[in-house]
Each structure stands twice: as structure tokens, then as C-alpha cells.
Design a protein around this ligand. Sequence first.
Ligand code: SDX
Length: 429
Amino acid sequence: MPNNLTIIDNRTGKKYEVPIEHDTIKAMDLRQIKVKDDDFGMMTYDPAFMNTASVKSKITFIDGDKGILRYRGYPIEQLSENCTSFLEVAYLLLHGELPNRTDLDDWRQNIKLHTYVHENIKKLMEAFRYDAHPMGMFISTISALSTFYPEAKDILNPDVQRKQIFRLIGKVPTIAAFAYRHSKGMPYIYPENELTYAGNFLNMMFKIGEAKYKINPILEHALTVLFILHADHEQNCSTNTMRGIGSSHIDPYSACAGAAAALWGPLHGGANEAVLHMLDEIGSADKVPAVVKDVKEGKRKLMGFGHRVYKNYDPRAQVIKKLAYEVFEVTGKNPKLDLALELERIALEDDYFVKRKLYPNVDFYSGLIYQAMGFPMDFFPVLFAIPRTAGWLAQWQEHLSDPDQKIARPRQIFLGYGERNWVPVDKRK
Ligand code: SDX
């Protein structure tokens, strides 16, 4: 059976054979389809890339219909169940294999050497207003790191890449915690490198005066699982941004800042904050039917619901929902949980949601846990960006080593004016 498409252009009667590879055709193979010889040739039109593969990748696999998510082939359920450290999963994403004991110790050690930030970074962060959104601080400060490490521009040098990867994975928790401490007007707590990745972050966030901050192991484990679940998600909006910016061969700090900016959007990683604002606004279960009515009339979206790829329950939401009960054992139940469960129950019974295959996504329950753990709502997107930095870097690294790739520069369908002449201002309508 020939592995190609036969395309007949009915405008000309011409036939074209286009090869099929990985159940796709190369868009460039359509350019031969022309009416006149000097035509530009056929393109595809795919706003928001609804049906376009822009890269080949081996990092993360998602089956949206079956609700499957795997990092380098390992199901997310197994990784969140068995990995005791986020850095083990970060290593997997970046290297393609789970680390052996030596690799894991070396990896941990290399990252721990880079948890501190230059003292000027502290001064830079002090310039933000007291009420600056922590995600705005995070994005700006990540970008500023590029000015401290100019050698990072040598992006095709594997040793330079590796060092910036250590620095970014090591520093994002520190920068995130400093942003929080700034917003509270509290002194910064420096990294303590004998702690775990999640433990060190909790320490930098919440230590106040006590000689040794007591890290609750259940909360430390919960944060590790949340970091693992948020680490990568194939070609989502922010990862596409990371690859797009990275394709111009700028340094990874500038690319990460752009990716974090994309993640901040309420339709993307900003949804976890938006869910809690939505639950606050709804207030009580008796108001849910009115909200669902507004959603069905297109007046609003149900934040934390729906997904471009998952047309089934987001597997991460399943894990997070279970994790919530473990956390609430320690923190006390988040009173908004019952409201969230009622919202989910009503939505999943309603034909509007069923027909559109709208299920809770990763953001629907994560905010309930973060809030119960004492994180302020505007900090939730930062909690998404910390672990996703490892995913962005794995995807960036893969992009730079992909021989198919070059600078990203989409085409357009031009529907504007044809040529016309300038008119002096007094002669204009
Ligand atoms: C993340 O891509 C990723 O992998 C992202 C992410 C990751 O890990 O990187 O998984 C993280 O961003 C999760 C998504 C978080 N965002 C939200 O929870 C915001 C609410 N969700 C929607 O904005 C929406 O579902 C998106 C943005 C997530 C997906 O949008 P799509 O794929 O473009 O779907 P669509 O807007 O075309 O919706 C299809 C239909 C539309 O109805 P009709 O026009 O056909 O009548 O479903 C409706 C939409 O109006 N719809 C919703 C809805 N989501 C889609 N209606 C109400 N509430 C919603 N949440």
C-alpha cells in the first residue's frame, strides 16, 4: 500500500503524490500545487496550530482521548507515585533516561551549586512595588539573569547549555521565594542546600525567625508531586513560545522569560489563580446553576475546565484531586473543595460540557492545595513556572539539536490593501 496522498487540484486537473511520514505530510510538499507557474504555491492555514505538528519530539507523550501522559515513556502516575524528588524527573526530561544513583547525586550537586542568585538580583527585585504581581517579578528577574551570564549566548556549546540549565533549575525556586518575601516585606531566606528541591523552596518561602524551619514531610511530598505533574506537557502554549524564541538563538534566560510570560495567561498557567477567583465569586453551591447557565450562554468560561488535547479527564487532575485529601489532613480542608466538587459534578452531567468533552484540567484542583498550603493566589502561576522551567529547557535543548529546525517564521494569508499611493494629510477624508 503506497504511503502517500494523491492530491488532485480540480482547478487544473493536475495530480500530485505527497509522501506521508508519521501520519503527516510536509506542508512544504504542498507548495508545488499551483495554478500559474509563478504562483507562490499552496500553503496550509491553521490558526492556533489546531492540527499542525511544528516539531518532532521524544520528550512527552499525551493521548488526549485516553487521558494518557508520559514523560520519556514513563506514565505520570508512576512517576508521581515513586519519584521522591522533582530533580529525578527533571533529569529524566532533560537526559531521556531515569538517573542511576551516581547520576542523580551528580545532578543534584550541580544544581545545588547554583541555587544562589547574585546579590544585585536582590537589589533589582527590591525595585518592584510592594504589590507587584509575583509572576511579573519572576518573569522580569529570569530575563535579567541573561545580563549576569553573557556567556549563555553561546547556545550551541553543550557545556554552556548544561551550565545554564543547572543555573535556571537551581535559581527559579530562589527567585520565586524572593518574590514572595518581597511582597510580604520580609527578609529573604537563602537556599539551604542540604534540603530537597521542594523542601528548600518551602524553607525559603515560609521560614520566619526560627532557627530551623520545620518542613512538614506531607506538604514537602505534595509539592514534589505537584512539581512533577507540572514539569512538561509537550507543545503547550508556553513551550511553543520557548521553542519559538529559542529558534532565534537567543540565550535560554530570555527564552524562559518569554515562555513564563505565555504561561501567565489565564487560558494557560494563569488558570489555577483564575479558578480560585471564580470559586470565591461563586461563593456557595446554590449559585453554581446560575454560573453554569452563564457559561452555556457563552458569557464566561469555567476556569480549570477544558483542554486543547485532553478530551477526557486530565490525568494530572486525577492525581491532584487525590493529593488534596492528603494535604487537607495536615492543613485542614479547604472550604472551597465542596464547592469545586459540586461544580465538577454539575458540569460533568451537563450536555454542554459532555458534548464539548470539557473535563477538569490540571488547574482545577491545584489551586485548592496551594491555598491550603499557605500560598497566596497570585503566586499560583509562579508555582506552575518553577517545575515547568525543566520542561521548557528540555524542549529548548531538543529544538537546538533538531536538524529539521531553523528560525521560526510562519507565513500569512494577506487580505489587506493592494498597492496604493500616499495622500497629503489635508487631502485625506
Ligand atoms: C493549561 O496546552 C496545554 O498542555 C496546557 C497545560 C499545560 O500543562 O501546559 O495543560 C496547562 O493551560 C491547562 C488549561 C488551563 N486553562 C483553563 O482552565 C482556562 C479555561 N479553559 C479554556 O479556556 C479552554 O478549554 C482551553 C484554552 C484550555 C482550551 O481551549 P481550546 O482548545 O481552544 O478550545 P476552544 O476554546 O476551541 O473550546 C471548544 C468549545 C468552545 O465552545 P463552542 O465555540 O464550540 O460553542 O468548548 C468551549 C468553547 O467555548 N469551552 C469552554 C471551556 N473551554 C472550552 N466553555 C466553557 N468553559 C471552558 N473552560
